[in-house]
Design a protein around this ligand. Structure first.
Ligand code: FDA
Length: 540
């Protein structure tokens, strides 16, 4: 790729006008100079660069940060934020970052659990894709091109504007960005029917380490495979995805049935483990577990909420539930029929009757300090095991803690473990996500809550997958291993790499070694290259 060069005049304009340049690190100034010189239009690049001296810098940085743990004054901040409006500005940023020793962190929706899209210990620039979020839906061919800065809420909205019977199988929270979400797998209520978001990607556009823009054909099948579940951040800057849309009925049915320990929750959760992954694929029932104050006794108890999407009408659902999971005691009045897009709002927690326009609001629905972890379950947990979990949810630190059990089976059993890097397929009963949140400021509060979730995680070891104890990359957890400043060996990275990707980790390293042998695109959990594999694809 040829990066157009600009005259020195435009650089002078850049420095003297809208971009306040920090007097600090020379890399920073050199980097800005480079950006100006290598951007096709210096005026427009000047409008999308923010340094700490710029009055909007903090608000731009904070806007999409989901985890307040990474907003403290001690959190390392980027020297520069670029919010490109043209792809060429990303090409220039890649070029200049490489030449001036800056690391790049790419941010789409900012929902990374460990803040890796906007925090780094080494001098870095954030490329925030908030302005690159156009979505083109082709309802006739049931496809869409989605720019990486779009949120899943925006995707659902644009699909719904074109068709009431098309949808897309991605996450529940509308403000999650498709750049991170699709590249790590991405799942939601359509998982059992249609698999992951990444299973439904048919093309992509990406800027590689050389600044070249590649599509599926020019990047080749290995790289295209890697970015569908292997995490985009190791391989380049994903610009856009082409996805296949999926059929949804014009009417779906939703329900949420809450049961406390006094209402037999333990037995119901125990039973759910045997049936949920075997339901027909159009029925998805997840379980959300948390401590609550009982509405009857006022005492603390544990509540299991059975939260469900059925791709059909209530008349079909009731007999099915009677046959497969009668113990839950589902009644007609527990169920609501609605369109699929209304169900998106229901699961996101919006009140009934809310306009679907809320899906266009990128402001995170709620923010807190949080720490999360994940597990994969292959054997039902005995009731005594469940009771041990409940005990931990009674602890003080677990006041705002939740455990979400999402059933697999259906389509997830049909896709091979190696089809894309996401390996958790046939044999998985369900995935667990653990989250603990807190409002209190300060290191002590963080420490006690994080220790709580670590204790719970240790407790769960006998009940969940082993060798490896699997985890989901989109529920990023640096406790399971992290690269040192983004540089590490195959052996060190394989500790967490096998948890996220099982045997696919090896192929991800091969791809990385070929496309980014010098490890420019890196973070604390990126895929490491093995230099000797860079030519032949090695490692066999
Ligand atoms: P963010 O911008 O923080 O990026 C995450 C990672 O991807 C970073 O490493 C980043 O550098 C990289 N990246 C982002 N854009 C890129 C690009 N264009 N090119 C290359 N690399 C890029 N998951 C799920 O499967 N189902 C769900 O229902 C939910 N729900 C949910 C709710 C809430 C409130 C949160 C905070 C998170 C979830 N998630 C989820 C997890 C979510 O899928 C995960 O955090 C994604 O990585 C978020 O993607 P973003 O683009 O928002 O994050």
């Amino acid at each position: 790729m040829k990066i157009p060069t600009l005259s020195f005049l435009s650089f002078a304009f850049l420095l003297s006008s809208s971009i306040p340049v920090s007097a600090s690190a020379p890399t920073h100034e050199d980097f800005l100079q480079c950006l100006s010189l290598h951007s096709p239009n210096s005026t427009s690049i000047s409008q999308v660069i923010y340094t700490p001296n710029n009055s909007s810098y903090s608000s731009v940085l904070q806007f999409s940060i989901q985890n307040l743990r990474f907003t403290s004054s001690s959190t390392p901040k980027p020297l520069v934020i670029v919010t490109p409006i043209h792809e060429s500005q990303i090409q220039a940023t890649v070029y200049c970052s490489r030449n001036h020793g800056m690391q790049i962190r790419v941010r789409s929706g900012g929902h990374d659990y460990e803040g890796l899209s906007y925090v780094s210990e080494v001098p870095f620039v954030v490329v925030d894709l908030i302005n690159l979020r156009s979505i083109t839906v082709d309802a006739g061919n049931k496809t869409a091109w989605v720019q990486a800065g779009a949120t899943v809420g925006e995707v659902y909205y644009r699909i719904a504007k074109k068709s009431k019977t098309l949808g897309f199988p991605a996450g529940v929270c509308p403000t999650v960005g498709v750049g991170g979400h699709f590249s790590g797998g991405g799942y939601g209520l359509l998982l059992r029917k249609y698999g992951l978001a990444a299973d439904n990607i048919v093309d992509a556009r990406l800027i590689d380490v050389n600044g070249d823009i590649l599509d599926r054909k020019s990047m080749g099948e290995d790289l295209f495979w890697a970015i569908r579940g292997g995490g985009g951040a190791s391989f380049g800057v994903i610009l856009a995805w082409k996805v296949n849309l999926v059929d949804v009925p014009s009417t779906v049915t939703v329900f949420t049935v809450d049961r406390t320990l006094e209402q037999n929750a333990t037995k119901l959760v125990h039973q759910w483990q045997y049936v949920a992954h075997k339901f027909p694929a159009n029925l998805f029932i997840r379980v959300i577990i948390q401590g609550v104050n009982s509405s009857q006794s006022g005492k603390r108890t544990i509540q299991a909420s059975f939260n469900s999407l059925f791709l059909g009408r209530v008349d079909e659902l009731l007999p099915l539930m009677q046959e497969r999971f009668a113990e839950l005691g589902l009644r007609r009045e527990d169920c609501k029929e609605m369109s699929w897009i209304e169900s998106v709002l229901y699961f996101a927690g919006f009140p009934s009757g809310e306009s679907i326009d809320v899906l266009l609001d990128r402001t995170p629905l709620s923010r807190s300090n949080f720490k999360a972890k994940s597990d994969i379950v292959n054997e039902p947990i005995p009731e005594t095991g469940l009771e041990g979990i409940w005990e931990r949810f009674y602890e003080e630190e677990a006041k705002v803690a939740v455990m979400i059990l999402s059933p697999y089976g259906g389509k997830m059993d049909e896709v091979s473990e190696t089809a894309i890097p996401f390996p958790h397929r046939a044999g998985t009963l369900y995935k667990i996500q653990y989250v603990v949140s807190w409002e209190e400021e300060g290191a002590e509060a963080s420490k006690s809550h994080i220790n709580w979730i670590r204790r719970l995680y240790r407790y769960m070891a006998p009940y969940v997958s082993k060798w490896p104890r699997a985890a989901y990359i989109n529920y990023r957890d640096l406790d399971i291993g992290a690269n040192n400043q983004g540089n590490t060996s195959y052996a060190q990275a394989s500790v967490w790499g096998f948890k996220y990707f099982k045997g696919n980790f090896h192929r991800l390293v091969q791809v990385k070694s070929k496309v980014d042998p010098d490890n420019f695109f890196r973070n604390e959990q990126s895929i490491p290259p093995v230099p000797s594999w860079s030519k032949k694809g090695g490692g066999e």
